[in-house]
Design a protein around this ligand. Structure first.
Ligand code: MSP
Length: 658
């Protein structure tokens, strides 16, 4: 049976992995794991692009022999990927002899059949992008239209690949195969690029002897690094060496990359090379958007390049969570916020918010509270007669199906939102059914059934999150005392825990992160009654703060006029025609209230349902978009983004805040 072949681009080794290269690799790993869990045999390729002149240049600048430099850097990549829980099947390096043979052979074949011909080149060249630009594509600044770096004038004989001859076949293929280029925006970009007219591509370079020499004509320099690098996908299948054996994997089912290298290289040059060789084309090319940091492209000169392992390690240190789980949390953040069509902002605050919200509060808490109650009420054993309510069984199956569909489409943000609805549903179910009250009322049988829903949900989630957080998935399965994370098909079984099944003691996977707050300037009520809060600024420092600040202070009596209570969100829905507002229905201790909250850009309705939040309940009601809002929720403001605040443990709705 043909293996499902997934590739990342092979990475330039002039610098170490960062969150951009980590994104493509983590997306690919999640796709590979997802396909494996669905029972497919997968062949997952990543590797390093070592023949590039810029790699050679960096080695020279450092005074290191280039081969030694690329050997060391390839190791850095392999170590980083393994620390990020990436499980590839092949790590290809373009300096390997087998790859160089493939490049030479393809070059020769295409030259023999006149798809490669000899000509000469005069034009502007970007050494960083390894690309020539026609004069009409550049302006007076003589800088690269792609990366902005200065261009060099080149005038040299060279070989060309007849890309222009494939223009109409490429266009037809893209039009006839809507799945070939995804997402849609990239397909349109590519068609736009092709419609501008495809020019033949210079496929040899002089100036440096690092790379694959032009076969039978070393005077002409080395093979253009993109022509060389793209062929890695073919080398890794054993094409040429293994006879027909390469068809076990060829053609690729899914080639992943960032948007920058899709239209010009993977969606035109690459398929045209394959057409010239008479080989089947890849099934699907997927180009994700880019991470930006503080609204800017990452760059060394701006100092905003993040190293993935440092980000994970700093979370582990701050939260006191195991590094393996911090790495998984990082993977979760990469995939939950993954730029699909558009670019997306990467920020440590955003990472922390997802960690505390989705992982500590939602996933971690669901498992922890379910296991705690199972231990408290049933000695950690599944009680007699426990089964899943039919309504929930349907909902779980439906959410699992939607997660599957979204993961298949490489839309991880969507898939994870769908999976998290299961958590919201169980939290709501617990609140409605209140197993703690059922126990007090002596209805242990029903309480057992209610908690059974939490067990089934946690088991299902262990499977659904496995492609994203493999170690966390295993830990969930361990705490549930399952031999392994269930396969995708087994995951929705509703009777998965036999009566008497023993559960492990709950152990928090994601200890909550104490997000650093500015020093409080409002005294706590208790300390305030005695005149001064412990952490409030001293009177001396007050005098230094200036008059305007003094006028901003309020008395403890002012503060006491605010009635803040903890409410439980019962329902949430978008306010029609507003992108910012959610309508929340709250339980404020037996009393139902409606409020309108400006959090829709930061939270989906299902993320807030079941949550406990502080609400100012004695605010004058206000009519907002036709809805009477009877109070105001309090949330942290992180660079204009709302971050929900929650009590440290579940408490009765309506509890006061002092
Ligand atoms: N060597 C070529 C690929 C050859 S494939 C035959 C190359 N390498 S690269 O090291 O520059 O890495 C490319 C991958 O990292 C691309 O998928 C690129 O889009 C991704 N990213 C680099 N910076 C990025 C961001 N800031 N955000 C997201 N991904 C980005 O190109």
């Amino acid at each position: 049976m043909k293996r499902y072949y997934i590739t990342t681009p092979i990475y330039y080794v002039n610098s170490a992995p960062h969150i951009g290269t980590a994104l493509t690799t983590i997306v690919a790993d999640a796709c590979a794991r997802f396909q494996k869990r669905r029972g497919r045999e997968v062949y997952f390729l990543t590797g390093t692009d070592e023949n590039a002149p810029k790699v050679h240049r960096v080695a020279q600048e450092r005074g290191v022999p280039t081969q030694l430099f690329v050997d060391e850097m390839a190791e850095v990549f392999e170590r980083t990927w393994s620390a990020l829980h990436i499980e590839y099947d092949v790590f290809i390096r373009t300096t390997e002899a087998r790859h160089k043979h493939v490049v030479s052979e393809v070059f020769r074949r295409l030259r023999e059949q006149d798809d490669i011909y000899r000509g000469s080149y005069q034009g502007w060249y970007c050494i960083s992008c390894e690309t020539f630009f026609a004069s009409n594509k550049i302006d007076e600044s003589r800088t690269c239209p792609d990366c902005g770096k200065p261009l060099e004038w080149r005038d040299e004989p060279c070989y060309y690949f007849r890309l222009s001859a494939y223009e109409s076949r490429l266009r037809e293929h893209i039009k006839a195969n809507p799945q070939f280029i995804q997402p849609e925006v990239r397909r349109n970009e590519t068609l736009g690029f092709i419609n501008e007219g495809l020019q033949d591509v210079a496929v040899s370079r002089t100036g440096s002897d690092w790379g694959v020499p032009v076969p039978d004509d070393p005077e002409s320099g080395v093979v253009y690094v993109w022509f060389d690098a793209l062929l890695n996908y073919l080398t890794a299948t054993g094409w040429r060496e293994r006879g027909e054996g390469y068809l076990d994997t060829w053609p690729p089912d899914l080639q992943l990359m960032g948007k920058d290298i899709l239209p010009r290289f993977h969606a035109t040059l690459w398929p045209a090379m394959l057409m010239a060789l008479g080989l089947p084309l890849p099934e699907r090319l997927y180009g994700h958007g880019w991470w930006i940091v503080n609204k800017q492209k990452m760059s060394k000169s701006l100092g905003n390049v993040y190293a993935p392992l440092e980000v994970a390690q700093s979370l582990a240190n701050a939260a006191g969570c195991e590094l393996d789980y911090a790495v998984d949390a990082f993977r979760y953040y990469m995939l939950r916020e993954m730029p699909t069509d558009a670019d997306a902002e990467f920020s440590l605050e955003g990472f922390e918010a997802r960690y505390n919200g989705d992982l500590a509060n939602d996933l971690g808490n669901l498992l922890h509270r379910t296991l705690s109650m199972m231990h408290r009420y049933f000695g950690g054993r599944v009680p007699d007669g426990a089964r899943l309510d039919a309504g929930l069984a349907d909902l779980f199956a439906q959410q699992a199906a939607q997660t599957t569909e979204a993961f298949e489409a490489v839309d991880f943000p969507h898939g994870l939102r769908e999976a998290w609805q299961i958590i919201g549903a169980v939290n709501r179910y617990y609140d409605e059914q209140a197993p703690w009250t059922l126990m007090k009322q002596g209805n242990a049988a029903r309480a057992g059934q209610v908690l059974y829903a939490g067990l089934i949900a946690a088991r299902l989630l262990s499977a659904l999150v496995e492609p994203v957080m493999p170690k966390v998935a295993r830990e969930i399965a361990r705490q549930l005392n399952l031999a392994a994370v269930p396969s995708w098909n087994e995951a929705i079984a509703v009777n998965a825990f036999p009566v008497g099944h023993t559960l492990q003691e709950p152990k928090p996977i994601f200890p909550r992160l104490q997000v650093k707050q500015p020093a409080p300037s409002t005294p706590t009520p208790h300390a305030g009654e005695e005149g001064r809060a412990v952490s409030a600024p001293s009177p001396t420092s007050h005098t230094h703060q200036g008059v305007s600040n003094m006028q901003d202070t309020i008395t403890i009596d002012d503060f006491k006029r605010l009635q803040i209570r903890i409410a439980t969100v019962k329902a949430a829905e978008p306010v029609p025609k507003s992108t910012k507002l959610l309508k929340l229905t709250l339980d404020v201790g037996g009393e139902e209230r409606t409020i309108v909250a400006g959090i829709a850009e930061d939270y989906a309705p299902e993320q807030v349902v079941g949550k406990q939040i502080p609400v100012l309940v004695n605010l004058q009601p206000a009519l907002i978009r036709g809805i009477v809002s009877e109070g105001m929720m309090l949330a942290a403001d992180v660079d204009g983004k709302a971050v929900l605040l929650h009590p440290d443990r579940e408490i009765p709705s309506g509890s006061g805040v002092r």
